[in-house]
Structure formats: C-alpha cells, structure tokens
Design a protein. Structure first.
Length: 224
C-alpha cells in the first residue's frame, strides 16, 4: 500500500498537537515509553488504547484505561471501527483526528489567510468538514449538527476566513439568489446570533466578527 493511502492519526489539542502517525501497524497509545504514541501525562494509563488496522479499516480499542477513550465525545467500551474524520480523545489530555487516508488531506484544508504561513486545519480552533457537514470547535464536535442555514453561513466565512464578507454575499449564499431580495438585515442578524450561540456552547472565543457597515468575517486562530 502506498504511504499516501495509509490511514492517519493526527494530534490536535494536547501535548502531541500537530504530530501525525501513519497507521500501517498496531499503534499503542499510552504513557509508557514503549508505546508507539506516548502521551506524557499521569491521567493517561501506561497502556491506554490502541489502533488496529485490518482489511476493513481501523479499529480503536480501549485497553481498560481508568480515564477513558472517547470517539466523537462518546466513551467507548471495548473496540469500535473508525470512520474518516472521527475525533479521538484520550482521557482529558489529548485529542486526535482520524483520517482514512492521506489523500483526504487536500479536501480538508481551509484557505490560508493572506500574510500567514500555510498551516494545517487541525491546528485551528475551528475545523469544518464540507463533505460530512460536521464542525469541531476547540476539539469538540458541535452537536446536534448545525442547521442548513447555519452551516452555509459558517462554510462561506470558513472559505474566506480572515476576510470580510458582505451581507449581500452571505444572504445569496445562504438563501439563494432568487430569495435574496426578500431577506432582511434582521433575518441575517438573527441567523448570525444563533450561530454564535451554537459555537459559544463549545468555546467562548468570538469567532464571528461584525464588520460594521459591511458584513462579517471569521476569526479562526491557530492553537498556541
């Protein structure tokens, strides 16, 4: 199998932020130095969890850890099969994202803010997957999922993050050109307010910034 076709484990929030591992063999995750993925924190068991590749994909197995292994916010018992884009959490210490293959990476990269060096999407505080219509904020998936208008608004700002997007462009993208003339500023403001509330439930960072007299922009910083 080509390396680019291998499934990947990518560190997000936590001490392993930004690191990646190709899952071409069994990977044990834990505090012990003999593990393939070492997390140096006492909340993590010596042998906490493991990833097992097989012909159908990759299994995530908890190894009887004290503080738990989580997939998409749900603690697992025994083993579960991973799907592309799943978030893995080890205790309260380390988050990872699972990608079915390296070929997925170009589809997940956000546009780079002008003047900044190129950076991976998993290093930003807000992460949006266009294909699955899923959103993660500060390492946690936004659940229940955003409504269709909320997702369209966030998707447009995400594609132009760091740039101001006009009210009219937003209205056209969310409601469509045919209905745009009948949409008031109050309706747009209400939608923005609801989206802010949904994001704030996971992280109080002010992602949606009002550009007075023009529109809105998405402030999506890198993790420190």
């Amino acid at each position: 199998m080509l390396e680019k076709d291998l499934p990947l484990l990518i560190g997000q929030t936590g001490p392993l932020n930004g690191q990646r591992w190709a899952i071409d063999r069994v990977l044990t995750i834990g505090r012990d130095a003999q593990c393939e993925v070492v997390i140096p924190d006492r909340q993590v068991s010596r042998y906490h969890a493991r990833l097992v590749p097989d012909e159908e994909g990759v299994l995530l197995e908890d190894l009887g850890s004290k503080n738990g292994t989580f997939r998409n916010g749900q603690r697992i018992e025994g083993e579960v099969r991973l799907e592309d884009g799943d978030l893995i959490q080890i205790a309260l210490v380390q988050h990872f994202v699972f990608l079915a293959s390296d070929a997925t990476l170009p589809l997940l990269e956000p546009l780079v803010v002008p003047g900044e060096r190129e950076s991976e999407p998993w290093r930003r505080r807000l992460y949006l997957d266009r294909q699955s219509h899923r959103v993660w904020v500060a390492g946690r998936e936004v659940l229940p999922p955003l409504s269709v208008p909320q997702f369209r608004l966030l998707e447009l700002l995400y594609e132009h993050q760091g740039e101001a997007v006009s009210r009219q462009e937003i209205i056209s993208a969310v409601w469509g050109n045919e209905q745009a003339l009948g949409v008031s500023d109050q309706a747009l403001d209400a939608l923005v307010r609801r989206l802010r509330d949904r994001l704030a439930a996971s992280d109080e960072y002010p992602y949606l910034v009002t550009v007075r007299g023009y529109g809105f922009r998405l402030d999506n910083p890198l993790y420190p």
